[in-house]
Design a protein around this ligand. Sequence first.
Ligand code: RRO
Length: 308
Amino acid sequence: MDLSTTIAGVRFPSCFMNASGALCVTRDELLALGRSHAGAIVTKSMTVEPRDGNPTPRYYAFPGGSINSMGLPNLGYQAYAALIPELKEFGKPVIASVAGLCEDDFPTIAAIINAAKPDLIEVNLSCPNIPGKPQIGYDAEASERLLKRVRKVITVPMGVKLPPYFDPAHHTAMGEVIGRCGVDFLNLINSVGNGLVVDPEREAVVIKPKGGFGGLGGTIIKPVALANVRAFWKIFEGRIPIIGTGGVVHGVDAFEHLLCGASAVQIGTVLVEEGVSVFGRLETELAAQFSKKGYAKLEDCRGKLQEL
Ligand code: RRO
């Protein structure tokens, strides 16, 4: 079964890859992704300086999903720039995820990381977990300003990782911004920001930062992820490729993302829970789903969701 895909002209041997943040901070983690069945290696979102991130506990999994407030722990962009040539030796695309603590950080990081020649760059406009820093993707003007600045220094395909939107007016507004900024692909969605998980036994929150507030991932966010994939697929009529992220636990979840218009899917919560062996399992499950439905490749079903 052919589960390969192409995004912005770059071929991926499999449509499954890690979501930024999941097992991709350290060199060892990135090398393990390289050796795994993952179709790409996605780095942790990087900042100018190395960061330890927020105080622990800062990740908690529960039946149905996870909550995190990692706070951008990463090695700093220079370390990732130095690692990229080694990661490219695995022969699959390397996606560098660029973040920042202020607007000026993004072009600084993007220019140097672009020079290290990752196959694609993903600009993260949607970290929900830095105290006092709102998600840029919820501010259309700031997003446009920032994307136009990074676009000038990025020569590889440039994608944007967006937060979930919950109203068609917001899909439309962001769609207009994306259309003006030379974006080559979208990654939808980041975690559903600022949820709160309560442990009734301990009568307490489950993570320490921000009084227990954090980004939700896993099965519980799948309908929100699918809605965002579908909304942006329709806005651009399939012209901007989409990586679907959110709630992919089994092959059939990936199939749903493909039907909504995704060209690939990223794995967060269940990768953290199962480790890199998850990629082999997901490939087997999606291949079985394709066989059952009589599909031979991704393009046969991408975007073909039926409406009633
Ligand atoms: O590091 C994090 O806390 C984090 C980031 Br940068 C992000 O984009 N999404 C998320 O759920 N956590």
